[in-house]
Design a binder for this molecule. Sequence first.
Ligand code: IFM
Length: 456
Amino acid sequence: MTAFLWGAATSSHQIEGNNIHNDWWDWESQGNIEGGEGSGLTCDHWNRFAEDLDLARDLGLNSYRFSVEWSRIEPECGRWNKEALDWYENLIGECEKRNLIPMLTLHHFTTPLWFAREGGFTTEKSANWFAGYVKRVVERVGKRVPLWCTLNEPNTLVVGQYIASYMPPATYSPRSVSKASRNLLRAHVQAYDIIHSKIQKREGPFRDHPIAVGIAHNMIDFHPLRTLHPIDRMVTSLFRRFYNRSWPDAVTGNEQHFGVLGIIPMAAQVPQARGRKTVDFLGVNYYTRVFVACRPFNHGDSPDLFPTASSSPVGIVFSKKGDRLSDLGWAIHPTGLGDMCHFLKGYGVPLYITENGIADHDDDLRPDYLFSHLTQVAQAITEGIDLRGYFHWSLLDNFEWVKGFGPRFGLCAVDYKTQKRSIRRSGQLYREIIAAHGYSAPSVSTLETLCNQESL
Ligand code: IFM
């Protein structure tokens, strides 16, 4: 039986440093990041990867999720950078040495600048361009990588780019949301087929681990702000359908609904994705719950997801009085993770928690966050959900996109001045939790015992 995967996740642009050929770098240089920061060297992982993988090993992880930076591999259209491919191949070798099963993400928010300038995923040609890059990666490292995420949070990406304006190109364009979603799905399907058709002979210590391809899907536990308000309820169900359901539906062969009635035009169907599963697992990136409301709000908290669209008829509230909040103001709501897993069970594919974590500079809340969310994982497994691994976000503090370096998500703290890493208390706890389970799936009773010992 394959061991439960105890992992941590990162992404290229957030940790590597000097990713100068992508759309984010360009956007950062235009002063779009809080505090005027840019990703710069970030954690300098490009040079310090060995130390970082040592940390992962020291935490007792048996898996590591990272992403490959397309803009390094193809900095100009059709120009392939051999050194970048060498670097990722070496990274995978270093994972193998430390017994870390690699989960490789092919696209995590950033794209090469040349691609973004052509319109990114809104252009028809985008899926083929993406496929060209995927082929190169698969040809080079495919034999040694068992787990693949084609896309990270395509739903967050299109909302961030074309509705909420916190990701480049930051233009308000509901039409682009549907176009880009459709092309991202086309890109995903091609990547899925390439991975499965091109990798024939496996190599390396994980060669017997079956190849599995999925997406890392962001899910938010949406609730109506006014529980009995019919319009809040209706809008909440539209949000759930668009944000939480449309991708799992699409990649399991169901009807695609990348649109919201009256707000985002519905995209045309991608026939290659209909009637067949194009994932072998679904990855869940879960952080929080939010409340949805329609104007007039009559509520003390101001809706804050769409700060630029004050005319927007719909608002999002991140918390209610009494909620415990992360440094980003996100409410801690562990049961949402269990609810998301139960919802996804219906799709009949295995699940991984591909991200779950909290911005908590002082590490006061993370220990309890870890226990309470892992307890949801353990419970879900007891209730018959085929949940195969948990990847904490993140291994290290890193560049949190438009929020810059303020939010601290790491099990390991990074001092950006000295690049010194140190394992936080929550990191030590994660290590104890993993050791207590001996690479089997988390159990509620073991977690309870440990949690009591820690007296959190
Ligand atoms: O840092 C991000 C990550 O890149 C994608 N998922 C959510 C994380 C926290 O915001």
